[in-house]
Design a protein around this ligand. Structure first.
Ligand code: SR1
Ligand code: MG
Length: 404
């Protein structure tokens, strides 16, 4: 019997013994190890373990029964299994763009993975107005490979359905259904965070806009019922590590079979949060790059999608001329819709983003939040019209003008 044969939530002091017990050989038995909890998300605990002498290191990520963001929110610790399995799968589809998984422990609900401390968390790097020229290239490759290759277009249909079953993720999906696709439009659970200077604006533009709510209702049911691709499910800039020469996507615990536009839309919206921050700071060159990155991400996604479709299509009917263009048009419309819901929920919902909440000047923050809401509404209500990168960028500029 070892003390790690029954689940408990580890503290830093428990982790050295854990790694030596569960992953013997990663470090020498007499290695002098240091541990630091470095988790920055809303859900889990992340420990970095390293040996000064050799420079070796490893990450252990453990799921707690209650979420970090709120002790009242309890979610199955199975999310850590989903994350480990999907990262192993994605490593095959998009090699070099996700961290390596070394193992998953079903008892402690913890996985061990590659330490990417030589990278930066993208959200924080963007808040320092750093530019990453490879980003659009890498993220578009990641999305095409992990999304298109897990659809019925490419996969044998029974094998795809087996993945749908294996990655059913009802509790994490419920968080998204509530926090992203319901509460921002009515505050029904009384936990929205609305910046007081824009309270009236939020009431008018969101809570009282029935046409918007009808569109969001349709988008919510698309999220719940379109088992299109194995999506990451939470692809914001806090789920991406970057270096000038490398991009790695991690933290796919919200993964399930859903509409691929959800992932692409999250990337677009979170680059707009970076733009918000840069605009408030007067960082012109950085803002130009964020918009260029959005445009290139969409356009490269489309180019690579069409090429990859021809290479990996297996379904006979999907080979019908015109089908792939129609399929892509639907993905882009979904991308606009979910970029819109992400822009709005991070602005008024329970889980906000530091890019915006750290804007110290009250009127600049209010402007940024109005831009997010107006741009989000444009994306949602005119979603079928967003078909190119330039279309997505034009909406940001329109909202910036309208919010003045
Ligand atoms: C209760 S969890 C809040 C948010 O954090 C995660 O990263 C997801 O985005 C979720 O909506
Ligand atoms: Mg996360």
């Amino acid at each position: 019997m070892s003390r790690y044969d029954t689940y408990f939530l580890m503290k830093e002091a428990d982790v050295t013994g854990y790694i030596q017990a569960r992953y013997p050989g990663h470090f020498a038995p007499d290695a002098v190890l240091s541990v630091k909890e470095i988790g920055d998300g809303n859900l889990n605990y992340v420990f970095r373990i390293w040996e000064e002498k050799t420079g070796k290191s490893i990450i252990v990520k453990q799921a707690g029964e209650a979420l970090r963001i709120s002790a009242d929110m309890k979610v199955s610790t199975d999310r850590n299994r989903i994350e480990s399995e999907i990262l192993q799968l994605q490593d095959q589809y998009a090699p070099g763009l996700v961290p390596k998984i070394y193992g998953y422990d079903t008892v402690m609900c913890a996985c061990a993975m590659e330490d990417l401390s030589d990278h930066k968390l993208m959200r924080y790097a963007l808040m320092n107005h750093e530019i990453f020229p490879r980003f659009a290239e890498d993220i578009s490759t990641y999305m095409v490979n992990t999304l298109l290759k897990t659809t019925d277009v490419a996969m044998e249909h029974k094998a795809k359905k087996a993945l749908v079953k294996s990655f059913i993720n009802p509790e994490l999906c419920e968080i998204t259904e509530d926090l992203v696709l319901t509460e921002p439009y009515n505050d029904c659970n009384h936990r929205n965070n609305v910046f007081p200077p824009i309270a009236e604006f939020v009431k008018r533009e969101l809570y009282e806009d029935e046409a918007l709510k009808l569109d969001v209702a349709k988008i919510k049911f698309e999220f719940m019922n379109n088992a299109q691709a194995l999506i990451h499910g939470d692809l914001h800039t806090g789920s991406i590590f970057v270096r000038q020469d490398s991009t790695r996507v991690f933290d796919p615990e919200f993964a399930f079979y859903g509409p691929m536009g959800y992932d692409i839309g999250n990337v677009v919206a979170n680059m707009i949060f970076a733009w918000d921050n840069g605009r408030a700071a007067g960082a012109g060159a950085f803002c130009d790059w964020t918009l260029k990155a959005i445009e290139e991400t969409i356009d490269l996604f489309c180019q690579k999608f069409l090429t990859c479709f021809d290479e990996c299509v297996t379904d006979l009917m999907a080979k019908t001329p015109g089908f792939k263009q129609d399929y892509l048009a639907g993905v882009l419309s979904d991308t606009a819709a979910y970029a819109g819901t992400e822009l709005i929920r991070r602005t008024v919902g329970m889980a906000n983003v530091k890019d915006v909440t750290t804007i110290a000047d009250e009127s600049k923050r209010a402007h940024a939040e109005k831009v997010n809401i107006l741009c989000g509404k444009d994306y949602i209500m005119n979603r079928t019209g967003f078909q190119t990168g330039a279309d997505f960028v034009a909406a940001v500029k329109r909202a910036d003008e309208a919010a003045k």
